[in-house]
Every structure is written in structure tokens, then in C-alpha cells.
Design a protein around this ligand. Structure first.
Ligand code: ADP
Ligand code: DP6
Length: 335
């Protein structure tokens, strides 16, 4: 168990005293896809990572969450128009996140949240979901938290949510403090208007092992995991260099190798964790074949069977011809 203060103690130390909720607050946060992955925790209660990570936010794709105080003894959690059972995992996680910020006697809340990406399908709804909830909490209670505090607190809901507080390229620095307050994300100044991400949904079947349990199993059982922090550190440097120089091939190759290295540690766990389906492997081989033919196309993958393709705007037609069902995101173009 962790020797550190509890998440609630850490949050309460930082909050202004005696905040009362306003009548209503609403916030949006984008989902994000990591180019250098977060995989493994040094503190499970605080979601403190073993390695830094770097992502790109998905623009208009993500979660919008509206909070309002309600009468009664219980919170009410609505996802995409459907009331969630308070016994179920979804609402329970939302309620325990809210409890970090409020006093026991304070009014219960209605949480009305909409994801315009699939929930729990490897498209990082947990990242956008907890980031949007954090932003809405800050507005409802008028806390006036800094972007760093918002990011560090969103991390307590889900690690990758620390990055969804920001747009564009985002780095989550791992930090060294026991209370984790230096483990927050920051946006990078660089933009890359030509950069495209294609969401290739091969199957929407729910994952059997979520990222939280999967990364813990990997840390606990895969000897191969020992090489992961070094790989991630080197990849992070290369991705920074690629962004700085707008070197797409360096970016794509590093992101793809980073994702496959993460999956190698998963496969080396026991019981083994193989998130790939036959369709995932077929799509990887198709990407490699297109690359052989000269198309600068790369992929990344998270804890699920679907691929995220990385390419540039000028290649969009060629990529769509090969993958007609692709959902293309231009993260640096205004909606
Ligand atoms: P994904 O790949 O979509 O991130 P996970 O299984 O890792 O899948 O995360 C799904 C979890 O994220 C949900 O069980 C819930 O705890 C959280 N989540 C998703 N969407 C929201 C939302 N809009 N608001 C709050 N939490 C959310
Ligand atoms: C493979 O952020 O979902 O998507 O902190 O336990 O909530 P928890 O894990 P989560 O893990 C994301 C893992 C990943 C890589 C990444 O997004 O960096």
C-alpha cells in the first residue's frame, strides 16, 4: 500500500476553503492519443506514472459534462442520456471523484455527461471523461485552480486524463514528489496543422482487461517491463525532436515502435495480455505494405484491438482509399 497521503487529503490541502456550488457548470475536454505511452505506475492510489508520456488531443472528440446541485441523498449520473446505476462501475468512479472535492454535507450533484467517442473501447473516454469532470467541478465550485492543479487532480480519476486538460501536443511529466503535485501535464507550444490521426475501429467489443488492470499485471509479472522506462525516455526525446523539426517519419516511426514495445511488455505478462484481434494484425500488415509502397503511414495502439493511424493531410485520400471506414481527426485545425 502507498505511504503517501490519500488523494482526498492531497486535494483538500490545495482547495480554497468553504466553496459552495453555483447553480450549474458545464465543460468539454478532448480525448487524447499517446504517441509515447504511459504504461505502469509507481503509485496506484495517485496514478503516478513510472515514465513520462506525450500525447495529442483529439480536438472536438471527447466528453462534455454538466454538473448541477440536486435535492436528495444521492448523486445522479447520466451517460449519453441514460441514468447509470450507482452500484455500477461507471457511476461509482464518478461519485468517488466528486467526493475528493466536496464536504460530506454538501449538496449531491447531477452529472450529465456525453461522450462523442465510444465509451470503454480504447478511445480514451476515461481521459476526456475525467478531464471534463475536473473542469466542470472547478467551475461549479469556483475554485479557480491553475492548469497544473487541474491536470494533477484529473490524474486522480485516470492517469491519461491529466493530458486531456490541454489541446494539441501535451507532455505529462512524471514528477518526483510523494504527493504527486508535480506529476501533471503541460501543453507544447508547437502546432502541426498537417498532422492527421485516423481512428480505425475494427471491433467495438468491450475489452476484457482494462488498461488499469493490464498495466498492473505487466508491472507485476513481465520481466520485459524492466526495459520499458528506458525505451519510453528515449522515445520521448525523439518525439520532441520530431515535433520541433516537423519530421513526420521520425514521429511516426517512434510512435509505432513505442506502441509495439508497450504491447511486447503486455504479451510478456502472465497470464498473457494480447489485446490484438486477427483484424488488428491484418491492419498492421496493410499499413506496413502501404509504407513499403512509399506512403508515409504509421500506427499506434492502446490497450485494445483498434489502431490509430498517423499520417499527413496530403496523404488523406490515399489513406482513406485503403481504409474507407477511417474517422479522420485534424487535431490542429479549428473546427
Ligand atoms: P476507454 O478506452 O474508453 O478509456 P476505459 O475502460 O479505460 O476505456 O475507461 C472507461 C471508464 O472511463 C468508464 O468506466 C468511466 O469510469 C470513465 N469515463 C468514461 N467516460 C466518462 C465520462 N464522460 N465521464 C466520467 N467518466 C467517464
Ligand atoms: C495504453 O489512463 O486509462 O492508453 O491511470 O489506471 O486510469 P489509469 O490508466 P489509463 O491508461 C492509459 C494507458 C494507455 C496509454 C496512454 O494513454 O498513455
Amino acid at each position: 500500500m502507498s505511504q503517501n497521503p490519500s488523494p482526498r487529503q492531497i486535494v483538500q490541502q490545495q482547495l480554497p476553503k468553504q466553496a459552495q456550488p453555483g447553480p450549474q457548470a458545464s465543460a468539454f475536454a478532448p480525448s487524447n492519443i499517446a504517441l509515447c505511452k504511459y504504461w505502469g505506475k509507481r503509485d496506484k492510489a495517485l496514478n503516478l506514472p513510472i515514465n513520462p508520456s506525450l500525447s495529442v488531443s483529439l480536438g472536438q472528440l471527447g466528453s462534455r459534462t454538466e454538473l448541477s446541485p440536486i435535492d436528495g441523498a444521492e448523486d445522479r449520473v447520466i451517460l449519453n442520456g441514460e441514468v447509470q446505476s450507482l452500484e455500477g462501475g461507471f457511476a461509482a468512479k464518478v461519485v468517488s471523484f466528486l467526493d475528493l472535492f466536496r464536504q460530506p454535507g454538501s449538496p449531491r450533484l447531477q452529472v450529465d455527461t456525453h461522450n462523442n467517442i465510444p465509451t470503454a473501447a480504447g478511445l480514451a473516454s476515461s481521459a476526456s471523461g475525467f478531464a471534463a469532470l475536473m473542469l466542470a467541478v472547478d467551475k461549479l465550485y469556483n475554485f479557480g485552480l491553475s492548469p497544473e492543479q487541474l491536470s494533477a487532480f484529473a490524474r486522480l480519476g485516470s492517469g491519461s486524463a491529466s493530458r486531456s486538460i490541454f489541446e494539441g501536443f501535451v507532455e505529462w511529466q512524471m514528477g518526483v514528489r510523494d504527493d504527486g503535485m508535480d506529476s501533471h501535464a503541460r501543453p507544447l507550444a508547437q502546432s502541426w496543422p498537417n498532422f492527421r490521426i485516423g481512428l480505425l475501429t475494427l471491433t467495438s467489443a468491450a475489452k476484457s482487461v482494462g488498461s488499469r488492470a493490464g498495466m498492473q499485471r505487466t508491472v507485476d509479472t513481465a520481466h520485459l517491463y524492466q526495459s520499458w522506462p528506458l525505451q519510453a525516455a528515449a522515445d520521448l526525446e525523439r518525439i520532441h525532436q520530431a515535433i520541433e523539426q516537423q519530421d513526420f517519419e521520425l514521429l511516426g516511426a517512434t510512435a509505432e515502435q513505442n506502441a509495439l514495445s508497450m504491447h511486447a511488455t503486455m504479451i510478456a505478462s502472465w497470464p498473457p495480455l494480447l489485446y490484438w484481434q486477427p483484424e488488428s494484425v491484418a491492419a498492421m500488415q496493410q499499413v506496413w505494405a502501404l509504407r513499403e509502397q512509399g506512403l508515409p503511414l504509421y500506427f499506434t495502439m492502446d490497450a485494445g484491438p483498434n489502431l490509430k493511424l498517423l499520417f499527413q493531410g496530403q496523404d488523406q485520400q490515399a489513406v482513406l482509399k485503403a481504409f474507407p471506414s477511417l474517422q479522420v481527426v485534424a487535431p490542429f485545425e479549428a473546427a
